[in-house]
Design a protein around this ligand. Structure first.
Ligand code: MN
Length: 244
């Protein structure tokens, strides 16, 4: 049986009759291509649902990209460079990832998702690279989304290195926040040339990996990025067939 993958989404605001869920199709396409069945977890439903309601059926959690995490989740006041925050999304995603890690359910956390996972596990974030980071690399590329514009060194011996089969890759970059302190129990799995943490992974979970780049935009053209989704869906299938 194909594993069910819960995929978080953002909110679309506008006139009242257009408010709802917003999610880039590349995320769900990547899950399908890797052999999973995506299930979108809408923000509004979180008013009446608990993570356990979804996790009774779902076998893996995909945390997607989006707006900034409220710094209250890592013990800071908002500073000048902080962007838009979405309290409902923060509340839902922090609850989901906490419960998923507790169950040792596979988690793939992309961009904002990695930042949420790190904060929930006890780490901190750089609120804005432009004002709080000394590195000189461009992390908000103006190039096609599928195109890797900066290099990252994948940590030798990490689970990520094992999955990707490479220790030096090119990734796309669409972020203005980053990881400051890695959470206890997590470790650095990749860095860019300016020293910024570009991936983390849990040392004590079967699959809890976060990447700062957007593999969902790259997998169609880049077999290395496809392996990340395939490994995630495989881990979710393993969880479904015995780990629960
Ligand atoms: Mn980057």
């Amino acid at each position: 049986m194909k594993p069910w993958i819960g995929v978080t989404a953002g909110s679309q605001t506008g006139s009242a009759d257009l408010e709802g869920v917003w999610l880039a199709g590349d995320y769900t396409d990547a899950v399908v291509a890797a052999g999973g069945v995506p299930v979108i977890l809408p923000l509004g439903a979180a008013v009446r649902l608990e993570p356990a309601d979804w996790f009774a059926r779902v076998d893996g959690l995909l945390l997607t990209g989006g707006v900034d995490l409220d710094p209250v989740f890592f013990g800071e006041e908002p500073r000048r460079g902080l962007g838009e925050v979405c309290p409902e999304r923060d509340r839902l995603e922090t609850a989901l990832v906490e419960e998923a890690l507790m169950r040792d359910m596979p988690v793939l956390a992309i961009c904002r998702g990695m930042q949420v996972m790190n904060a929930v596990a006890g780490g901190t974030l750089i609120q804005d690279l432009a004002t709080e980071w000394r590195g000189s690399l461009l992390h908000r590329q103006r190039a096609p989304r599928w195109y890797g514009t900066h290099g990252v060194d994948v940590t030798p011996g990490s689970k990520l290195a094992e999955i990707l089969g490479e220790e030096s890759i090119r990734v796309n970059s669409f972020h203005h926040q980053g990881i400051k302190e890695v959470a206890p129990g997590m470790r650095v799995a990749a860095r860019s040339g300016d020293g910024l943490i570009e991936a983390i992974e849990s040392a004590r979970h079967r699959f809890a990996i976060g990447v700062q780049w957007h593999p969902e935009n790259m997998w169609r053209k880049d077999a290395v990025q496809r392996r990340l989704f395939e490994a995630f869906v495989r881990a979710a299938a393993g969880f479904a067939s015995g780990g629960k």
